[in-house]
Design a protein around this ligand. Structure first.
Ligand SMILES: [Zn+2]
Length: 326
């Protein structure tokens, strides 16, 4: 699936294909929720399709496309991070396992099952321990004939330079707001404006702002405004610990950053949580500027520690106690 805001990237890659200048490896970067993975899948299908159209898009009905759509094409290797075996955590640390990369190396050095290209797609490629990255490096150095590796990453700086330097980088930015809004309306997304703001303009992330996510955000907002009512916010830690950490930390950071914007710019501040402006303005009145920025730093550190297993309840208790002190 190529989204309306990805036409330029498609054009460039198609041109390289026509001129037989396609690299062995590409790295798709850009914020989460811009559709990098869907683009990578569309490219993979198009590389394997027997009769792609003039625009290079896969036909959707040849043998190859049928296998691709069924997820059983032998010349497509699709790797993604998985939780540790036997993990029962609600927030497991995901990673791409070295065994799958060793297997990939073998598969790409065998001949194609269909006599054409072999394509490997590695989602969230930065979630790779060092030994796995070394194994991937071996594949990048000896990629085999007619192979294309596509690495997808929203955090490419976390990948070793040795890997990045062997891939052609393709950047996917967030589209213009009008383009994103038009798409969200077409997708019938409720509260599209708030969803797009919370997603920092990334359309697919905005579409993922489901009823469940809205409930999670409501719980977070209750915790963050508990202090205004004279309640201790850490009482919400247990509830928050049961929810996926990534969006909560993102919203928390936006919340604190919005207060920073209000302190700096007052009414003129452009807020991510525009729908909660009144509440933010109330809280901003009692905020210590220095402590606010320490709090934002604390959240950033936790976001970077994505690959480390943390006690969720303790994490939220600590964060909320810090918040009450801001
Ligand atoms: Zn086809």
């Amino acid at each position: 699936m190529i989204y309306t805001w990805q036409k330029e990237q498609w054009r460039q890659i198609s041109q390289q294909r026509e001129q037989n200048r396609l690299p062995h490896a590409m790295l798709f970067t850009g914020p989460a929720g811009t559709g990098k993975k869907d683009f990578a899948l569309a490219l993979a299908q198009s590389m394997l399709c027997k009769t792609p159209g003039d625009n290079g898009i896969a036909c959707g009905h040849c043998d190859s496309c049928h296998l691709f759509n069924a997820g059983t094409h032998p010349d497509l290797k699709h790797l993604q991070p998985t939780p540790p075996e036997n993990s029962r955590s609600a927030n497991p640390v995901l990673s791409i396992k070295i065994d799958t990369l060793r297997e990939l190396y073998r598969a790409l050095n065998e001949t194609s099952q269909f006599g054409g290209y072999r394509v490997a797609l590695i989602e969230d490629a930065d979630k790779m321990p060092v030994n796995a990255a070394n194994s991937l490096l071996k594949t990048l150095e000896e990629p085999g004939q007619d192979t294309l590796l596509v690495l997808v990453s929203s955090h490419p700086h976390r990948l070793p330079v040795t890997i990045r330097s062997r891939c052609q980088s393709v950047r996917f930015a967030v589209p213009a707001e009008s383009v994103a809004m038009a798409w969200l309306q077409q997708e019938k997304v409720a509260n599209a404006e708030t969803a797009l703001k919370l997603a920092h303009g990334a359309p697919l992330l905005a579409r993922a702002y489901s009823e469940e996510q809205q409930e999670h955000r409501t719980t977070l907002l209750q915790a963050l405004s508990a202090g205004i009512k004279g309640e201790p916010s850490f009482l919400y830690a247990e509830k928050l610990a049961q929810m996926p950490k990534e969006p909560l930390l993102r919203w928390l950071q936006d919340w604190a950053s919005d207060i920073g914007r209000l302190l700096a710019l007052g009414e003129a501040a452009n807020l991510v949580n525009e729908d909660q402006r009144k509440l933010l303005e109330t809280r901003a009145k009692s905020v210590d500027n220095r402590k606010l920025y320490q709090f934002i730093d604390e959240i950033t550190r936790l976001q970077r520690a994505e690959g480390i297993a943390l006690n969720q309840q303790l994490l939220w208790e600590n964060l909320l106690i810090s918040w009450d002190n801001v």
